[in-house]
Ligand binder design. Structure first.
Ligand code: COI
Length: 354
């Protein structure tokens, strides 16, 4: 078993940080100085190291590239006013990564490797964590199958890698979404509940079609009846109808979002009425028609809270109340930000100090 003391650290001799304004970079395009790598072979995680972020040589026959044995996580670290760095709920990501690994016939990553690698990496690259109000260091842990082999079988070798990038807002404006009833993100018995790379690849074509029509994202519906909403883009979905917070119940077609879980925990703590259940498009549009649909928003790690301003369905756009009238989602957004930036008490023990 590898422990943190076994992580070989090779530091860069020249930081690239001065090349960027880390409080003002586009999402996912500028990577911090180092990356963590653990290698799996012979039935175990054999070695781990941190090295300068770099391109690595890879065979074009690498199995992850052909059959999608690739999974990932998204998580964030924040810097408080004293310059201390803390990660939001990392054990939730570890648990979900391992659920994804099991479903995709990949090896699970032990806690020592996941947390050990993460902490060492963030200690080295702490300067890359933005200090701005809405900034964070986006952390991308992922596992790829690395056998050089074209036969369809689960790989014998893997790499678990963590890279990071400073990030600001994912969506700069509230989004328009289109209800999608022809293409589906996930099917029962499939992999929609885990963070498999292929879930994202398959979403791009319908999203492109929606974008050509002026929407930023789609609302995915269930593949059996096309009547129930599931997620929006890469996010879980939430609505406030009347005084109730509604969100689709988890199933094998819906990702168990950590932001989703946190929003529900806060809402429950505040005494809000919550319903986790199937939600039909009809119910949403009826509520919009009679003025009861107060708020609609996506929740996810990258986006945190993405306000939905308009829902397109069957050739018609249904407009939603202005964002500044949305009491619940604005309060959630602010509260999450304050917890993450250490401005209010972390009552739920969500922040893990580096
Ligand atoms: C996340 O919110 O972390 C995601 O997975 C969305 C995306 C950047 C893939």
């Amino acid at each position: 078993m590898i422990t943190t003391t076994d992580i070989k650290i090779h530091k860069t001799n020249k930081s690239r940080i001065a090349e960027y304004d880390i409080n003002n970079v586009p999402f996912g395009k500028c990577f911090s100085d180092h990356m963590f790598v653990a290698e799996y072979a012979n039935g175990k995680w054999e070695r781990s190291y941190i090295e300068p972020y770099q391109n690595v040589p890879m065979s074009y026959a690498t199995s992850a590239l052909h059959y999608g044995q690739a999974i990932f996580e998204g998580m964030k670290a924040y810097k408080n006013d004293n310059g201390e760095v803390a990660i939001f709920r990392p054990y939730e990501n570890l648990n979900r990564l391992n659920k994804s690994a099991i479903r995709m016939a990949m090896p699970e990553v032990p806690e020592e490797i996941f947390m050990g690698g993460l902490i060492e990496l963030l200690k080295l690259d702490a300067a890359w964590v933005p200090s701005s109000e809405t900034g964070s260091l986006y952390i991308r842990p992922f596992i790829i199958a690395t056998d050089e082999a074209i036969g369809v079988k689960s790989s014998d070798t893997y790499k678990f890698i963590i890279i990071t990038c400073p990030a600001g807002k994912y969506y700069s404006e509230p989004i328009k979404v289109l209800v999608e009833t022809k293409y589906f993100r996930a099917v029962h018995g499939g992999v929609g509940f885990v963070k498999a790379a292929g879930n994202y690849g398959r979403s791009l074509y319908p999203t492109k079609l929606a974008q050509q029509r002026g929407y930023q994202q789609v609302i995915w519906t269930d593949s059996k009846t096309n009547q129930y909403v599931e997620e929006s883009g890469t996010m879980n979905l939430m609505f406030v109808i009347g005084e109730t917070l509604l969100t689709p119940e988890l199933s094998d077609t819906i990702l168990s979002g950590i932001t989703r879980k946190s929003v529900l925990q806060l809402a429950k703590h505040w005494g809000m009425k919550i319903e986790e259940r199937k939600i039909s498009i009809r119910e949403i549009l009826t509520a919009q028609g009679n003025g009861n649909l107060k708020e609609a928003f996506g929740v996810g790690t990258a986006a945190t809270i993405a306000q939905i301003i308009s829902i397109g369905c069957d050739g018609k756009d249904y407009e939603l109340p202005p964002v500044n009238s949305r009491v619940f989602s604005n309060k959630i957004d602010e509260t999450l930000r304050n917890i993450r930036k250490g401005k209010i008490k972390d009552e739920f023990d969500w922040m893990y100090k580096v």
